[in-house]
Write a protein of this length. Sequence first.
Length: 319
Amino acid sequence: MKALRFEQNRLALVEDLPIPRIKGEAVVRVALAGICNTDLEIVRGYAGFSGTIGHEFVGIVESSPDHSQIGCRVVGEINVGCGECSLCRFGDPRHCPNRTVLGIQNRDGAFAEYLSLPPDNLLVVPDTVSNRQAVFAEPLAAACEILEQVKIQPGQRVIVIGDGKLGQLIARVLATTGCELTMLGKHPEKMKLTADLGIQCSELAAVNTLARSRYDIIVEASGSPDGLRLALNLVQPRGCVVMKSTFPGSVAIDSSRVVVDEITLIGSRCGRFAPALELLASGKIEVERLITSEYSLSEGIAAVEQAQKANSLKVLLSP
């Protein structure tokens, strides 16, 4: 099979890999995959990953220990736990210390013709959800995770920092709460996609005006080390900052400000897929306008280059 692999600090298309067949796991033929910022950070050195990249996908089950899954169209939760630690036993392998993560940590990913995941990780896609919608299930689940971690109420003043792929989805999810929401970004053409949904948008150039009136909750999804510092400048005392960005390196912050103003910092990563699929099936979340372009897997290197451009949002790969 073909796969797009990152090895020895080099991204390359490999055409003669064996189809992954792991005992006890299902084999999924990938129908569509999405490129996200984590994939781009991996090819810049984040996480030290080597292998087939990609973790956003929709596909068809070719084989599975659970025979009822064969032929089903599925998406898949990306964390695979050891099954033995306390976290796994209580049904949450997302933080298993020995987990593998699809296309991110010790497990080949979705930028390939086939991938392997345990049957329990797979969720059947409703018939009313297209492939171009279903491929957003993983990042949309990450956006929904915020609502599992923070209670956002109608009327609360909330800012999403970042108008990229994840920031767009987060804004759409948080808008369902009735909060007073603002997206803060720097790309007018991207912010227009959100503004067209009735969500307030503001350019980074206006940040000094925004900082004069602090906000209850800030979600930092800029992908930039400066995003967290900006979030701390915007949050009010006893407010909450949700951190979504991942990138190599560290960020220096004024910890005394966090202590004195009693600010809550929350790291937020993967979410459950079921709420994301429900939102897609209900039509409450519109995602297809976020697709910039679609490439064949054979054009994978060009697709990654396109995804790195400032004017791109979601770039798709079709095996």
